[in-house]
Design a protein around this ligand. Structure first.
Ligand SMILES: [Zn+2]
Length: 215
């Protein structure tokens, strides 16, 4: 927000924890004020994944084996490093190719079943993410705007202010309504890192952005 509308958001740090830190993707994932929301997401997500593992696996698997497999996939708890890595990519609708291959091999899935598994995993995650984490983030953002007397009208005016060299005019209109952003987590206003195109290992990413996600 600060990058797009500097005049309005020059005082904005993190609207959730009120720190003066510059908005970043990493801070969003690790922000202390959002940890309870991530915890709730994990608490709901984990049984969904475990049930789905048991449903789709083509090999004999006990519930405890499915639980162990789920832990290896998404972590044992919301503050587990494994979950941190998983959520980092899942927030962008992606799953690491290495994870995908491990799932396929471990559950003896066909290519089609593997794709279904990955897509469903991300779908469940995205739905819980919207309901729990992104909703809180948006509420905090709106609260911050109210506290700083930024109205919807201000945002629209700012978006069309062609004299402001700091405004990204390509996106100003699209993102002028915060509520829309609340329902579009893949259009984060945060400073999302490029998808590691310049980083070794980027070929290990499987892009699943085109999943049809019902809201
Ligand atoms: Zn924060």
């Amino acid at each position: 927000m600060k990058i797009r509308k500097l005049k309005l958001y020059k005082d904005l740090g993190c609207a959730s924890c009120n720190s003066s830190i510059t908005e970043s993707w990493n801070h969003f994932l690790d922000c202390l004020a959002l940890q309870e929301a991530w915890k709730i997401l994990f608490f709901n997500f984990r049984p969904q994944v475990q049930a789905f593992v048991l449903k789709l696996t083509k090999k004999d698997m006990s519930p405890s084996q499915a639980a162990a497999f789920t832990s290896s996939l998404i972590g044992k708890s919301y503050d587990d490093l494994t979950f941190r890595t998983f959520k980092q990519w899942a927030c962008e609708g992606k799953i690491l190719l290495a994870h995908s291959k491990t799932i396929q091999k471990s559950l003896h899935l066909s290519d089609t079943a593997s794709n279904t598994f990955d897509a469903t995993l991300l779908l469940h995650f995205t739905q819980l993410f919207k309901m729990n984490v992104w909703k809180i983030q948006c509420e905090n953002q709106v609260k911050w705007e109210c506290e700083h007397a930024i109205s919807r009208k201000d945002k629209c005016i700012q978006a069309s202010d062609t004299n402001n060299e700091d405004v990204d005019n390509d996106e100003g209109e699209i993102h002028s309504d915060n509520i829309i952003e609340c329902h579009r987590p893949n259009t984060f206003s945060l400073n999302v890192q490029p998808i590691l195109r310049d980083t070794p290992g980027s070929s290990q990413l499987q892009i699943l952005d085109d999943i049809d996600t019902p809201v």
